[in-house]
Design a binder for this molecule. Structure first.
Ligand SMILES: Cc1ncc(C[n+]2csc(CCOP(=O)(O)OP(=O)(O)O)c2C)c(N)n1
Length: 356
């Protein structure tokens, strides 16, 4: 029996927890929905797990009671914060991580290593782990409380929480935007059977490329979230013509990569297409809450050659892709897109290539 999510979150509130610092994982989707719905705990969407951990440390050191929720793949990102801030300064708060399992053919390649090694990673950080009791609420709450005072990371198993839908007011309406598939089909037409390399970022971007760009030269980066631009930079420095198709959550995860890439503006041929659907589509569609960001100006001030208008039509998309295709440099365009139906993951044998 999964834990009743609303009761679980309300018990956390009763225990005076104040903030949930989160990078979404589908395993924690319903806790995240409840945290967004519930006005008595603050949902803090974070660009990366490193960011989540540092914000939580700042909150805890300032007498608040934060909880961090992340995916196992992101525990790696927290390594520096854990080993060089939390441990030496004796800062503790509950860190809840999903534990993504791995089944050949059924799971993403990014989860293979930690599917067995997550406990060893936690141990290497000098922490212990406990698996959240998803059958007994009182036990679960006391486990979270114990993580608040000790170096213990709490692991969440799949299906630990009952379903909670987002309240209507938090649901994003993207119906006025053209779905991403239409833009990808357009790229497929233009670049089919060419050597131009398309890198798709983790999440639904790469998945949809597999369905809608069958004839282009694609690399599906199902993992290393936030690293796609830098992967593309390396490849373009080696002489390849590269397009990176990214999502808005992936774009910000390691945004420092932009500043490095910008330095090589005049030496490479790389175009970053940001597909902004305002959400983490692949982990449950949570809002990224990034309306405060001006992606185009962020890219511009990092030294990229940007198309200054937000793209909302396939006609404009085609024009600007043609223009960017005909000149080299480090180029950036931002497409506001709607949401397609879920598409299948590319099969492992297609993903698992180590050459671009
Ligand atoms: C380091 C790390 N943290 C979290 C995740 C879980 N995760 C996978 S995809 C994704 C969101 C992707 O959203 P976006 O980049 O906007 O693309 P979309 O799926 O919306 O197209 C998240 C949070 C992950 N794979 N790796």
């Amino acid at each position: 029996m999964p834990l009743d999510t609303k009761v679980f979150v309300n018990r956390l509130i009763k225990e005076h927890y104040t903030h949930l610092c989160v990078v979404p994982c589908s395993f924690a989707k319903y806790v995240i929905n409840e945290a967004i719905n519930n006005p008595n705990i603050e949902y803090v969407p974070c660009a990366s797990e490193a960011v989540a951990c540092s914000i939580a440390a700042g909150l805890k050191m300032s007498d608040k009671k934060p909880i961090v929720i992340v995916q196992s793949s992101g525990v790696t990102n927290m390594g520096s914060c854990i080993t060089s801030l939390l441990k030496p300064y004796g800062v503790t708060f509950p860190i809840l991580t999903s534990w993504r399992t791995y089944k050949e053919g059924d799971s993403e390649i990014q989860h293979q290593h930690l599917a067995t090694q997550l406990p060893s990673l936690i141990e290497a950080y000098g922490y212990e782990h406990t698996i959240l009791d998803n059958e007994n609420l009182n036990n679960a709450i006391s486990q979270v409380n114990s993580c608040d005072n000790t170096n213990t990371i709490c692991i969440l198993k799949k299906d630990s929480f009952t379903k909670v839908a987002l309240d209507e007011k938090h649901i994003i309406d993207l119906s006025k935007y053209i779905p991403r598939s239409k833009y990808l089909i357009n790229l497929n037409e233009k670049f089919k059977d060419t050597q131009t390399l398309f890198i798709g970022t983790t999440g639904n971007t790469a998945r949809e490329m597999y369905s809608f760009m069958p004839d282009t030269n694609n690399f599906y980066m199902a993992g290393n979230m936030g690293g796609a631009l830098s992967l593309g930079l390396g490849s373009s420095m080696a002489g390849k013509k590269v397009f990176v198709c990214g999502g808005d959550a992936e774009f910000v995860m390691h945004m420092g990569g932009l500043t490095t890439a910008g330095r090589y503006n005049h030496e490479i041929d790389l175009t970053y297409i940001l597909f902004d659907n305002e959400s983490n589509k692949s982990t449950g569609g949570q809002n990224t809450y990034q309306k405060h960001l001006d992606y185009i100006n962020i890219a511009k001030s990092s030294g990229l050659d940007v198309f200054t208008e937000l793209i909302v039509t396939v006609e404009d998309f085609t024009k600007i892709i043609d223009k960017f295709d005909s000149k080299s440099g480090l180029k950036f365009l931002c497409v506001k897109c709607g949401v397609d139906e879920e598409t299948p993951r590319p099969p492992l044998k297609i993903v698992k290539v180590n050459k671009l």
